[in-house]
Design a protein around this ligand. Sequence first.
Ligand SMILES: *Cc1c(COP(=O)(O)O)cnc(C)c1O
Length: 385
Amino acid sequence: MIPYSTQTIDNDDLEAVRDVLTSGYLTCGPLIRDFEEQVAAYVGAKYAVGVNSCTSALHLCMCAIGLKKGDRVFVSAISFVASANCARYLDADVDFIDVDKNTGNLDVDCLENMLIEAKKQNRLPKAVVAVHMTGRPVDLERINRLKNEYGFYLIEDAAHALGAIYKGHKIGSCTYSDITVLSFHPVKIITTAEGGMCLTNNEKLYNTMRVLSSHGIEHDREKLFDKSMPNFYYEMQSLGFNYRLSDLQAALGITQLSKIEGFLFKRRELARDYHELLSDDKNLTLPVPDNDDNISSWHLYQVGIPFNKRDFVYNTLRSRGIGVQIHYLPIYRHPYYQSLKKYEPLAGAEYFFERTLSIPLYPKLKKLDMQMCAATLLGLIDEDR
Ligand SMILES: *Cc1c(COP(=O)(O)O)cnc(C)c1O
């Protein structure tokens, strides 16, 4: 089976992990800081907190902004469930923002209408979670203007988007937002097996997330409530978690990050090749190509397929060993969310969900396999059932 995505692991990755295994630290050692600093430098953010998943990173964001029961959070309707679950961990109410029917990115007009309505009801959201779907940046400038007008925290879910560039700023630089989160799951741009990161330019949010990622324990003598205690002393100042990244994972992250430009180059090249091979077929809707202001990391290559053919194409491609996927069921459709309240279907999200298919794209996908995927897809689209 050709998967829709998979990791790229080379000898330098193996050596780095083996070196950690024979060193003094498997976790809580020096490599975590190194990895954090390197990712922060790469994206152009001031602060980074490495954690054991993007889901943990999202949870820490919501804790750090002080989200609580009764608060509201607006989330892109098309995303992985973790983008919304983080608000539910703190018992906040989630409402979903409809998406552009072709890109799956949140529809800023829809967000603005939700904010106007929320203001009338005096129930403005505490936070908005904006997902850079497939690695294509959302319109951060416009969302930032709404943030300034309505006063919410903007969290960028950049699980797909490490390496993407918006108006000259790398995603993760937090130029327009409060916090950006990354995922290092194997299907994402770089991997640490499981892993994630919170990026921010806000020192206070950074300190809170750092402390909460390790049980809420403060070691820094400057920040202790009781400074008169002897050296062994540390304080648990708040209720935190064990969300730490290990040195094993950080070592892998460091070698992976050193190769990111090559990974991105391959993804962009394959995306251009798909575009060339598929663009003559008028039955397919292809992703918008990059432009100077908006450069995707191409985590996914998604094609829009005529409504009545999508499931047939999905099943047939999988039966022929092409591991296509559907990203995603609108989050509000999941039984858990439906059990919370009656979420009405959103037109853009439903359209996107019913027609969109992710086809294989990852750095080591061979050109011949890519061509075979494209040809098989074209054959099915134009086949009369
Ligand atoms: C993968 C993903 C996550 C969760 O990442 P983990 O590291 O697996 O917790 C969150 N949001 C989006 C959009 C994702 O694709």
